[in-house]
Design a protein around this ligand. Sequence first.
Ligand code: FA5
Length: 346
Amino acid sequence: MKQEIEKLEKAVLEELKKVSSTGGLKELEVKYFGRKGEFTAILKGLKDLSASEKPVLGKLANITKVKLEKAIEAQRHKLEGSALEKELDTEFFDTSIPGKTPQMGHIHPLSQVQEEVERIFSQMGFAIMDGPEIESEYYNFEGLNIPADHPARDMQDTFFIQDKDDPKHGHMVLRTHTSPVQIRTMEKYGAPLRVIIPGRVFRYEATDASHDTTFYQVEGLLLDKEISLSHLKGVMAEFLTRLFGAPVKVRFRPGYFPFVEPGLELDFSCLICNAKGCKVCKNTGWIEFMGAGMVHENVLKAGGIDSKKYQGWAFGFGLTRLVMMRHAVSDIRLLTNGDLRFIKQF
Ligand code: FA5
């Protein structure tokens, strides 16, 4: 068989030299390497060899096959190249015609602002976390100190996923906020912790210019020893100042969320009127920005954190609303309805 392989190799290389068209090349390939080809027959015959011959001749056959395939490829390049040259010689080809400019997309304004938020918080030592959009009722509500019969459930009506109950954590829902990832992160990493969690959330509610059923939030969570709300004030003033590139003040107002105690709302000074009062801030000088507070003891417990040792704060703001503020977008629905005339402006 060794001689047979060598003889075929020689024959293929000889014939290859004489091939002058791609059609001829195809014929040669079929003759030797097709289903009923001469070389294919040799490869098929390998299985009938003795155990001592098989490895030696098998190796030789494979090496020869690779070598011949390379030679055929090289000949193909040569033939195709000369065919193209011939075509260029005989046909007029205007090389000065400008090419077609491919359409270029760009990063969506929501993603642009999200990237900026992530960059600033990363600079302040926060890690960036992610969590599932289809969430269990437990993580979305109960774990966050919102039991099934609690009136606070009405504040965030949601979409239920049919027939998809989690055996351990109850019904599955589209998450109504990014807060469930607080517990998931505590469970996974323990304390101390310094994270932000940007992500898409869903609510079953009527849409209007400032409310959508699908929007983006950014959650923040900081746990350590001896943490107070003054740290939150400092972090948010610094974050907003870096984001807007101008000094920003923040203030707290009391607010209610079952998963924080005390709970608060954070406003920042209106940059449009320099906090003097205008249409955007409804003449108050302040823009309502987010909910926040000290993480409730029950939530720390759900996350497996020793609340005697660690405490901290959490916040959640609407990224979509931030983009609207940034670019003076008058209707939230414009951001996700896919109208390129709108998106191309950013
Ligand atoms: C929450 O979702 C809380 N999880 C925030 C929080 C986190 C509080 C941690 C305390 C500690 P709220 O329902 O207010 O809170 O929503 C937060 C932000 O999401 C709002 O300030 C608003 O900017 C945005 N938002 C709420 N509903 C919509 C909506 N339908 N469309 C667009 N943005 C919305």
